[in-house]
Design a protein around this ligand. Structure first.
Ligand code: DX5
Ligand code: ZN
Length: 218
């Protein structure tokens, strides 16, 4: 097993100073920056769009891991690519043409991810595995930070780890990841952990990122 990627979600950052927040998590040891894009339609909350991603881009050289919780997603893929996203993840439930969306992301020169909400089975990705760079298993219902981890998703994480086999695909987990759950998801096969509230809960991002990383290895 390779190194664990820690991807703080800036959903829990101070939106009034996002540039400084991205610089802080970069300096404090994050691997990727997780950007939660919500449209008030696919999920019951609204965050930010490609212009904010573009504005943040000069503040860090780390991987911009863009989680699109929007439907439709296809009309916006090019804008997020141009904004500087490195990974663009779409939801399997966001439209009827997942295969097309993934091909589109790769044609833009970006890494393609698919996310599954808690009720979507792993079979949703069975026929697109060779078009994927990342699978994102949601361990809460998407829309808000600070929700409780859904343990039934551990079985899905295990099943997807098996499906991935030798393919170079990241298996990322998002929702309720903290020092108590990081070990469980890593043990089940996750190699990239998103954490919002567990990183931003107090001012000590370095301590929180290190603690999650240590819990994932334990
Ligand atoms: C939820 C978002 C998550 C969220 C996680 O819809 O996709 O990335 O920020 O927040 P925590 O870590 O607080 O559950
Ligand atoms: Zn997310």
């Amino acid at each position: 097993p390779g190194e664990i990627v820690i991807a703080p979600s800036i959903l829990s950052a101070d939106f009034a100073k996002l540039g400084a927040e991205v610089e802080a998590i970069d300096r404090d040891g994050c691997d990727w920056v997780h950007l939660d894009v919500m449209d008030g339609h696919f999920v019951p909350n609204i965050t930010f769009g490609p212009d904010v991603v573009a504005a943040l881009r000069p503040h860090s050289d780390k991987v911009f891991d863009t989680h699109l919780m929007i439907a439709p997603c296809d009309p916006y893929l090019e804008a997020f690519a141009k904004a500087g996203s490195d990974i663009i993840t779409v939801h399997a439930e966001a439209g009827p043409h997942l295969d097309r969306s993934l091909q589109h992301i790769r044609s833009l020169g970006k890494k393609a991810g698919v996310s599954l909400t808690p009720s979507t089975p792993e079979s949703a990705i069975e026929y697109v595995l060779d078009k994927l760079d990342l699978v994102l298993v949601m361990t809460v219902n998407p829309g808000f930070g600070g929700q409780t981890f859904i343990p039934a998703q551990l079985e899905k994480i295990r099943a997807i780890r098996k499906m991935i086999g030798e393919r170079p695909i990241h298996l990322e987990v998002d929702g309720g990841v903290n020092v108590d759950t990081a070990g469980l998801v890593a043990e089940a096969g996750a190699d990239a952990l998103v954490a919002g509230s567990a990183v931003f809960k107090d001012g000590d991002y370095a301590k929180n990122i290190a603690a999650i990383r240590a819990a994932a290895k334990a």
